[in-house]
Ligand binder design. Structure first.
Ligand code: 7TS
Length: 418
């Protein structure tokens, strides 16, 4: 079944605005997605009808707000096929979820001689927290290298996974290359060595059907704002035994069971990790985003994006001097983040001219500086798709890229090297 994209688009008020006098073509979904009116309305409904702090009130509004907030925890658990809502912790974003796990699990468990295995394609969010943890605990970092077409070099895994490896933390889908990593296989091999597996699902949760039990990961992090939900809400999933054993990350109200002047005991999971008043409105509206994605169907979202990505690759190849990064456009193991460069042009210039045409993409290092060094470029241009994008928008992107090349002049034909 194909998506009724025209109907979907009508739910997104922002998609009917113009930019610099041209209809908006929004292709920066890997940075953040747009929001349907169901999500926008949920924010407003909470504030206008049942705004109250949760978990503490004995009045009706507090009970309604608490029930709505906790219902989203259940919906989130179902969305990722977690066995229980107790395994779902709300954070501010994917970054905070990874930091929570790094501190709550890692600080008391890692020491000199222990290793955390990452990859060369990580977003800074799945790199810097581990650098901080390694520094604090005396443990060290190792990296799975990538191939020239942007895939993990799995043939290096046996040498890299050793009894010293305590955790493998990798991205499920690269925000630059679009690569979808073979997580189930990675997890199986990591577990055989006694290592845990954390997945950065910031780019996969919005675009693929997810099943944490099938993936075999021990922990998983993602952000609401990249999947139709509001900013300021993230999720850490972790197996309940791990959460039970982990130390709290932030201290304060809500996360305690009892407090003395010099000591405290902790609340049950997951509340042990939710110190202070959370983003109640945001979580409730995130529930509407999940409901929206469930109604459309994640398999349909994935199929639509696969088709768009393959089409975008075909069209981008028309351009003189284009370099495309990551697996081929029609590869099964790639999602809809498409990075490219045009010979002789800085991606920022490309992005600026595209903006003048109403086409929003991202240009830069995409918070993946080590990956840029591995690719041998300072930056790339990146178009990234979502369920409301169309083939016509890919055509608009291409028209605009032709305009870029016309504006700056096409690259000189390569001279044969003698
Ligand atoms: N991990 C990956 C793979 C990401 O792509 C991002 C955000 C994050 C983690 C962090 O998410 P946050 O919600 O905690 O900020 N990626 C991007 C991007 O590609 N362009 O802007 C943000």
């Amino acid at each position: 079944m194909t998506l009724n994209v025209e109907r979907i688009r009508r739910d997104f008020p922002i998609l009917s605005r113009t930019v610099h006098g041209k209809p908006l073509v929004y292709l920066d979904n890997a940075a953040t997605s747009q929001k349907p009116r169901q999500v926008i309305d949920a924010l407003s409904a909470y504030y206008s009808r049942f705004n109250a702090n949760i978990h503490r009130g004995i009045h009706a509004l507090a009970e309604e707000a608490t029930a709505a907030y906790e219902a989203v925890r259940e919906r989130t658990a179902r969305f990722i096929r977690a066995p229980s809502p107790r395994a779902v912790v709300f954070t501010r974003n994917a970054t905070e979820a990874i930091n929570l796990f790094a501190n709550g699990w890692g600080r008391s468990r890692l020491g000199p001689g222990d290793e955390i295995l990452l990859s060369e394609m990580e977003h800074h969010s799945n790199l810097v927290p581990w650098q901080l943890l390694a520094k604090a605990t005396g443990s060290s970092l190792a990296f799975i290298p990538i191939t020239d077409d942007g895939r993990l070099q799995l043939d290096r895994l046996d040498a890299l996974l050793t009894p010293r490896t305590k955790l493998v933390a990798v991205t499920h889908m690269s925000n630059v290359l679009g690569t979808i990593n073979p997580v189930a296989q990675l997890a199986e091999r990591a577990h055989r060595q006694g290592a845990l597996v954390l997945l950065d699902a910031a780019q996969s949760a919005p675009h693929l059907p997810l099943d944490v039990q099938q993936l075999g990961c021990d922990a998983l992090a993602f952000s609401s704002h990249k999947m139709l939900g509001p900013t300021g809400v993230g999720v850490l999933y972790a197996r309940e035994e791990l959460l039970e054993a982990m130390e709290p990350f932030l201290g304060g109200g809500e996360m305690i069971s009892d407090v003395q002047l010099t000591s405290a005991t902790w609340n049950e999971i997951p509340w042990k990790f939710e110190a202070g008043t959370p983003n109640i409105a945001g979580v409730i509206a995130f529930g509407e985003a999940l409901a929206y994605l469930e109604r459309v169907g994640m398999a349909q979202v994935r199929a639509h994006e696969r088709e768009l990505t393959a089409y975008a690759f075909t069209r981008l190849r028309e351009l003189d001097g284009v370099t495309l990064y990551g697996p081929p456009g029609d590869a099964e193991d790639r999602g809809g983040a498409v990075s490219f460069n045009l010979e002789g042009l800085h991606p920022h210039d490309v992005g600026t001219v595209l903006d003048a045409e109403g086409v929003a993409i991202r240009a830069g290092h995409h918070c993946a500086k080590p990956l840029m060094r591995r690719l041998g470029v300072p930056a790339t241009a990146r178009a990234s798709f979502y369920l409301y994008n169309t083939r016509e928008e890919v055509d608009r992107l291409l028209d605009a890229l032709h305009a870029v090349q016309a504006f700056f002049g096409r690259p000189a034909p390569a001279r044969p090297v003698r």
